[in-house]
Ligand binder design. Sequence first.
Ligand code: 5AD
Ligand code: SF4
Length: 459
Amino acid sequence: MSSPKRAYVETYGCQMNISDGELMEGILEKAGYEIATSPEAADVILVNTCAIRDHAEQRVLGRVGQLKGLKDEKPDLLLGVTGCMAQRMGETLLERAPYVDLVMGPDGYRTLPAKLGALDRGEAPTRPPVSGKKRGPQLTVLNLDMGENYEGLEQRRTSDVAAWVPIQRGCDHRCTYCIVPYVRGDEKNRKPTEILSEIASIAGSGVTEVTLLGQTVNSYRYDGWDFPDLLRAVARVPGIRRVRYTSPHPNDFTEKLVEVMATEPAVCEQLHLPVQAGNNRTLKRMLRRYTVESFLEKIEMVRAAIPDISISTDVIVAFPGETEEEFEDTLDLMREVRFDDAFTYKYSPREGTPATRMPQEWFIPDEIGSERLQKLIEVSRGIQSEINAGEVGRTEELLIEKPGKHPGFVLGRTRRAKAVVVPGGPELIGSYRWAELTRTTGATFVGELVEVPVGTEVA
Ligand code: 5AD
Ligand code: SF4
């Protein structure tokens, strides 16, 4: 019998994509592949890509070019590009990188073993030469398939500590800057029974923290279930001690959801709520469908119910038409809300999205975009450092996640999603410990392990 083929999956981008990478590994393992730990050791390399900003795509194109070197050494090696950029570029990618054998979008993963098998047997069309060079058989799988519900597919989970569980794929919004709906299609929600039995089995394997994933995770609906119903049920799965979710849309952030967050002990005191901009005209051009005022009301509502909640956000600067004043409004919003963390981006035009069709004179020169981004980072980091400095001295529960950068230290996370480095060895990973936060570097903390405070023991 010949030895099994080895596959290597290299993932870029968001948590949904990382989760998809695990899904591809699960599908391939089930089909008899071994999962390789380096591209050099593999017979199949899949680069699982992101399309959210141009920068992400350029990085991947560079990486795919590098991997071509391995193909030159090993002619039978199959090189595939999967994920959002694969879906976005399709055939164009096969012309830009003619040595790529397979281009597959997110709804195609179920067919991976079959398509790789076909390529192995040479059962694929040959496209015209590029720059005079002949091409081998190449396949594309680019259907956006509303019927693909991802049922029965199992992720290969590698963390014993925390698990990411997609409950929804695609997006029904059409924010004018965003490529996601075009590469991942319309919103599709998974059955609650499937999600809950998956989480029960995750808990059975000893994992105690889950993060529910979806593009607009809180718009989840299935039969009579809405997102708060699902969140409550997940929080009550025996063995699950921490539940998080990302990313919610402000419009579906309801009182009912806040109530579940406030009353279910397993739901963490943490929220990532993308605001994108702090000016109503900008929000309108972005088609976010809420106002600064209504966003602030949501923040107030959640803080009233969970005063200590830590809140993070996403912000885009230099969106077409953003004036200096509109940008200043975003800075004001940052100062008003005082987010614990902010992921900040310079607008990147994505071909095919509505924003790219806005009047040319609205587009902001790159240098101004960079300046605004710099300013925004300064403001948000300043606020973050102040908040974190105020938290030094607290004693908090940590779930120890991984080794620290320095030997003899490990990294844990508080329920409020703050990273804390504490002394300890790898045997602590996966366990809950209490720590006093003794110092902050601005974004993260250093702590000392302490005894479990009386009254907080978990049976
Ligand atoms: N340019 C810059 N940032 C973007 N994002 C989404 N699309 C773009 C784009 N075209 C940001 C949004 C989103 C996060 C995941 O990426 O802030 O919330
Ligand atoms: Fe993109 Fe808007 Fe959908 Fe988020 S809600 S994935 S930003 S279109």
